[in-house]
Design a protein around this ligand. Structure first.
Ligand code: HEM
Length: 330
């Protein structure tokens, strides 16, 4: 579904390219304009996830998923009747030519699990944390990376921002400490927000969601060196010709005192988990199947699962994605 598109308030957007951040209220259009500016203002592509592959697949819930959530997608545990899925793997950022070999860039995974009673959409990344805690912090994170009059960002501004906002370095540190995935399907993905699952009895459970790859694969530095800049799309075609690429959808259950409103903060490793089902990516779809609308992780959730009202990075994603859709469609 194509949503109503907030106006790109051009004066506000231009001002935001340079202005310091004071208010917590942030114009999503200003963030998206900066996302485009930071990655070279490419036309006709997403502000993030510009390079990607559109996919189809199916989701089969675990037999006991309905005990956590009454969402229709978790109730259909008949393996003969899986939930149809449209999905997209991508590289983070708005540069459609970014190299698949880039280490500190998140790989992205968007998925819409369809049901007549309401689609369930998750848009997740290959790191357990996001780079910023609030939209105002994201705006400033992008402002210091935007090209100055000489066409380049000022490294001193980036350094000063990082020193003042150490949590914004966690995502890059996590990615830099790990090898590059050998495949879009060879790495785990996290939703980074804390959801609330509600079952038919009205019992609520907080959960961070993670897609756990069945066939993890990474590249050593030597293997990476001999790869071309674009190899994920071909690798995926070959992989899917052999069979589906599978992921378990896992709920990680926070304990009292764990962070639930801060997308830059991870949960301790040892938290209990519940598997909600298995997502099987079965084939490649034409780009047009994924490009006509946004994957909206905020609005497209059925009853039985809700995003966090108290994580400021969550709700703003919906209008931001709509602004990007408007720009790439015009
Ligand atoms: C305030 C926070 C965020 C903003 C402003 C933002 C902004 C955007 C925008 C504008 C797009 C392009 C949408 C389109 O044209 O369809 C996008 C795509 C994407 N975002 Fe975000 N994002 C935010 C947070 C996140 C988080 C927390 C994650 C993951 C955990 C994420 C993962 C992705 C992915 C994977 C895509 C590509 C979607 C696709 O393939 O269609 N973003 N983001």
């Amino acid at each position: 579904m194509i949503r109503s598109l907030p106006l790109l308030a051009s004066a506000a957007v231009l001002a935001s390219l340079a202005a310091p951040v004071s208010a917590e209220e942030v114009d999503p259009g200003a963030i998206v304009a900066l996302q485009f500016a930071v990655s070279g203002n490419h036309k006709g592509v997403r502000a993030s996830g510009a390079k990607g592959v559109c996919l189809k697949g199916q989701f089969t819930p675990a037999a006991d998923a309905a005990s956590l959530s009454k969402a229709p997608q978790f109730g259909k545990s008949d393996p003969a009747m899986p939930v149809p899925v449209t999905a997209r793997f991508s590289m983070g950022g708005g540069n459609p030519k970014v190299s698949d070999k880039t280490k500190p860039t998140t790989r992205g995974f968007a998925m819409r699990m369809q049901d007549p009673a309401g689609d369930m959409t998750f848009v997740v990344i290959s790191a357990p944390v996001f780079s910023t805690r609030t939209p105002a912090q994201l705006l400033e994170f992008l402002q210091v990376r935007a090209p100055g009059p000489d066409g380049k960002p000022d490294p001193e501004k980036i350094k000063a921002f990082a020193a003042k906002n150490p949590e914004t370095g966690r995502q890059a540190a996590w990615l830099n400490a790990r090898p590059v995935p050998a495949s879009f399907a060879g790495t785990d993905y996290w939703a980074v927000h804390t959801y609330t699952l509600t079952n038919a009895k009205g019992e609520a459970t907080k959960a961070r969601l993670k897609l756990v790859a069945a066939d993890k694969a990474t590249l050593s530095d030597d293997e990476l060196k001999v790869k071309p800049d674009s190899f994920y799309a071909d690798e995926l075609k070959e992989r899917l010709a052999r069979g589906p690429a599978k992921f378990d959808l896992v709920a990680i259950l926070p304990e009292p005192g764990d962070p639930t409103t801060d997308a830059t903060a991870d949960l301790p490793e040892e938290r209990r988990t519940r598997t909600l089902g298995t997502l099987a990516i079965t084939g490649i779809e034409p780009d047009s199947t994924c490009d006509a609308a946004t994957f909206d992780p905020v609005v497209d959730l059925p009853e039985g699962i809700a995003g966090p009202a108290d994580d400021p990075m969550f709700a703003i994603r919906s209008p931001a994605y709509a602004v990007s859709l408007s720009r790439r469609s015009n």
